[in-house]
Design a protein around this ligand. Structure first.
Ligand SMILES: [Zn+2]
Length: 203
């Protein structure tokens, strides 16, 4: 289901200082989601250990949140906290595995050069250099940045297994990845605009 009439606006102006303070307080409260060990992955070290694939640009895009992303356990942030930080649409998509309607999101037709960050934790997820026009109405990429995007099987639709992709740092639902993408990877990351925050190169 898609939330109709949801207000879509960007939360990129949330002060990172405030963000880290809120996240830290949430961490101290030890508010668990019960799914915090979804992948059992460690918080990524931004810019370290990333593999540049297929001759693409190096993936060492600095994290907008700097060192705080390595210190904050985003997976322990409660739904109540996420509701405060995100718009209704962003929360529905990123934290509740929702899907925005095709051709309605902010970035499906965006050509701006830059880096697409996780709307929740600001981890760099996709580069505009890998964005392509898939005709689906959702922003699509043929590769992700480093190991910042994780995938697993999604059986939410019976008899139609899909591969869900999530942010490796905060488990935000991003969308799905399919194997009908263009070269060089052949992958098609079909992502919800509401899960992304574009940081243009001119900023
Ligand atoms: Zn994230």
């Amino acid at each position: 289901m898609v939330v109709e009439g949801a207000v879509v606006c960007r939360s990129s102006v949330v002060g990172l200082g405030v963000l880290s303070v809120v996240a830290e307080s949430a961490r101290r409260e030890q508010v668990g989601l019960g799914r915090s060990v979804f992948f059992g992955v460690q918080v990524q070290k931004m810019g370290a250990g990333m593999s540049a694939r297929s001759g693409e640009r190096p993936a060492a895009v600095p994290s907008a949140s700097g060192d705080t992303s390595q210190q904050t356990d985003f997976k322990s942030v409660s739904d109540d906290e996420w509701r405060k930080r995100l718009t209704q649409q962003q929360f529905y998509v990123a934290r509740k595995k929702g899907t925005e309607r095709a051709f309605t999101g902010e970035y499906w037709n965006t050509k701006t050069a830059g880096t697409y960050l996780c709307v929740c934790c600001k981890t760099p997820l996709f580069s505009s250099s890998t964005k392509f026009d898939s005709g689906t109405g959702w922003p699509s990429y043929y590769d992700s940045i480093g190991e910042n995007v994780k995938s697993h099987m999604d059986w939410s639709i019976p008899f139609m297994p899909r591969t869900e992709v999530v942010c490796a740092v905060c488990d935000a639902h991003l969308g799905h990845v399919f194997s009908d993408g263009p070269r060089p990877t052949g992958k098609r990351y079909c992502i919800n605009s509401a899960a992304l925050d574009l940081k243009s190169e001119k900023q």
